[in-house]
Design a protein around this ligand. Structure first.
Ligand SMILES: [Zn+2]
Length: 228
């Protein structure tokens, strides 16, 4: 078994689970994980059906995006994923989807205010909008990198989709689900045209502080273990 095999398997399992739940469709979106202790990441190939994907199809890239393993062309968004890992040592998994309800909010450029405890605890103070830039380009990568400073774990990409981060892939995939639930509830509330209530500010800060604690713990895992 190769060194990277467990990471590849985890990506395939998560991609297929998210496809079955309707968050990923056909070949849209992409998933990556950081390879701990190394400046490398494993990522889904571009334009490849998730339900046909096997661990051998997953690409492993060095930090400079040089391909270390995998026969397919890696996701066109590889540079976006690499930029996130560089800016956010707490992030060990990135899931980019075109999930429908979050995408609808990305079309009307409506950031999601702090509506639910669970949302702030896992996604951040709000779910903000990352301005539009063309897929797979330097401008998109640079815009996304700039937005990482707020330590949030979910973002809406204008006229494109959603971006969810986590300290592991399981967490990032759960964040995809939380984001979609919040997006649908927020859209329905917006349709009512009535005043939308938010959670109280002190509660928001307590919950966000818990997320920051998780993130600080996750940052420790980036450093190679001593004596290895
Ligand atoms: Zn996309």
């Amino acid at each position: 078994m190769g060194t990277f095999d467990p990471y590849k398997q985890q990506i395939v399992d998560t991609a297929q689970a998210l496809t079955a739940m309707g968050y990923l469709m056909a070949t849209g979106g992409n998933i990556s994980v950081r390879i701990p202790g190394q400046n490398a990441l494993a990522i889904t190939p571009t334009n490849y059906d998730y339900m046909k994907m096997t661990p051998e199809d997953i690409c492993v890239l060095a930090g400079d995006l040089r391909r270390l393993e995998g026969e397919h062309k890696p996701s066109v968004e590889s540079s976006m994923h690499a930029a996130i890992y560089q800016r956010r040592p707490d992030v060990h998994a990135v899931v980019h989807t075109h999930q429908v309800y979050a995408s609808a909010l990305a079309l009307i450029k409506a950031p999601i205010p702090p509506l639910f405890d669970e949302q702030v605890r896992f996604l951040g103070r709000e779910v903000g909008i990352i301005p539009y830039a063309l897929s797979g380009t330097g401008p998109l990568r640079d815009t996304i990198a700039r937005h990482m400073a707020n330590h949030h774990n979910a973002y809406l990409m204008q006229n494109h989709g959603a971006l969810c981060l986590g300290h592991d892939l399981e967490r990032a995939a759960h964040n995809v689900e939380i984001l979609e639930k919040c997006s649908l509830a927020y859209l329905l509330a917006l349709c009512s045209e009535r005043k939308i209530s938010k959670i109280p500010l002190p509660i928001r800060e307590i919950l966000f502080a818990k997320l920051r604690e998780d993130q600080k713990r996750a940052e420790q895992n980036v450093l190679p273990a001593g004596g290895e």
